[in-house]
Design a protein around this ligand. Structure first.
Ligand code: ADP
Ligand code: MG
Length: 354
């Protein structure tokens, strides 16, 4: 296929951009808005590549794309556990004392705790107490012993996080506890970037964070097209393409950071209850309708539903979204460990079939 792909395939989704090459700025303008043109900005952020494509009507609107990426940069400095002075770094280094954080951090942690509880710990930012046990880059890779995992597990669990909204503090109650928002902060950053663009008056745009997307309006040729990668052909073929309007889409796969050791694949999505890589799923794609936290929710749910696997995940989601109208519901596509495909809701495939 000669389609110009999304710039990144860090995850298993790719924004498909038109059907011929050429620079984005040179794309034909929309017949309905003759003065408009598409612009693009790309930057390495949050350990991946962020790309924004947007239709602008006035040259100065292009600055909104830079501001949106600045916002992502600011959130990375707030939430990266690796950056000294970040809210997460300070929480993890506080030795169990309460730490005053930014309102945005408190709000994100409140939503994270709510999902942790609702998912019975399938999504759990305290998984990071296991940090260092699973080193997929080590040569040779050595899985941790049962005893090593058992020694860390008491520090895992969101009941060990105390949030005080009035004092704006976060406190880790369990010795050895640490937080990491790797499963949802990227989605929060996509939402924040989308808000900057929206506030600048932009309506047709895609914000892409390593393949997870927040979409608004339409693409240059109508509904946005997003390719879902076939996990069997890592970085190769797509299973099919989705036609999407406004909303968020995120994928989690078992091959992004992984290693095969003695015939078993070990990877970076852990089941916090066992302290081991979750084994029920190869890949999951989550579609969330447009909303202020759609990107965050898609990102977080991709991880939670990966851990749960299709059978439990479908039941859980139906329970969570009981009484919602179909248009408000989350749609999910899993490829299970045995290669079988499962869906919750009807996915808008344009070709290929999930
Ligand atoms: P990415 O898009 O970075 O490939 P995901 O959105 O699937 O990844 O999130 C995986 C990341 O989330 C891991 O690298 C780790 O930081 C974190 N994580 C892993 N397992 C869990 C879990 N069960 N709950 C919350 N966070 C997790
Ligand atoms: Mg995620």
């Amino acid at each position: 296929m000669s389609a110009r792909r999304g710039l990144v395939r860090c995850a298993a989704l790719a924004l498909i951009w038109g059907t011929s090459g050429g620079s984005l700025a040179a794309r034909p303008t929309q017949p309905t808005a003759p003065a408009s043109r598409w612009v693009e900005r790309v930057r390495g952020l949050m350990g991946t590549r962020f790309a924004i494509r947007a239709r602008i009507e006035r040259a100065e609107q292009a600055e909104a794309l830079d501001r949106a990426l600045e916002r992502v940069d600011a959130l990375e400095r707030l939430w990266s556990p690796w950056i000294e002075g970040s809210d997460l770094h300070r929480i993890n280094a506080a030795g169990g004392k309460p730490v005053v954080v930014e309102p945005a951090t408190l709000a994100l942690l409140e939503r994270s705790l709510a999902l942790c509880k609702a998912s019975a710990g399938a999504f759990d930012p305290t998984f990071f107490a296991l940090h260092g046990l699973w080193d997929f880059r080590a040569q040779p890779f050595v899985p941790p012993t049962d005893a090593a995992i058992a020694a860390r597990l008491p520090a895992v669990g969101c009941a060990g996080i105390r949030l005080d909204a009035a004092a704006r503090t976060v406190q880790l109650l369990r010795p050895g506890a640490r937080l990491h928002l790797g499963a949802n902060a990227k989605g929060t950053a996509l939402d924040a970037a989308a808000r900057v663009l929206h506030d600048a008056g932009l309506r047709d745009f895609a914000v892409d964070g390593g393949g997870d997307l927040v979409l608004s309006g339409q693409g240059p040729k109508g509904p946005w097209r997003v390719g879902v990668q076939d996990p069997g052909t890592a970085r190769g073929r797509d299973i099919g393409r989705l036609a999407l309007g406004a909303g968020a889409v995120a994928t989690s796969g078992d091959y992004e950071r992984s290693v095969v050791h003695q015939g078993r694949r070990y990877h970076h999505i852990l089941d916090p209850r066992t302290g081991r890589p979750a084994m029920a799923t190869r890949q999951v794609t989550v579609l969330v309708p447009a909303g202020p936290h759609a990107g965050e929710r898609a990102d977080a749910l991709a991880t939670a539903l990966f851990v749960m696997g299709p059978e439990r995940g479908r039941r859980w989601l139906a329970e969570q979204e009981r009484g919602m109208r179909p248009a408000e519901r989350t749609r999910v596509f899993w490829i299970a460990a045995d290669g079988r495909r499962h869906a919750s809701g009807v996915l808008p495939w344009v070709d290929g079939k999930g």
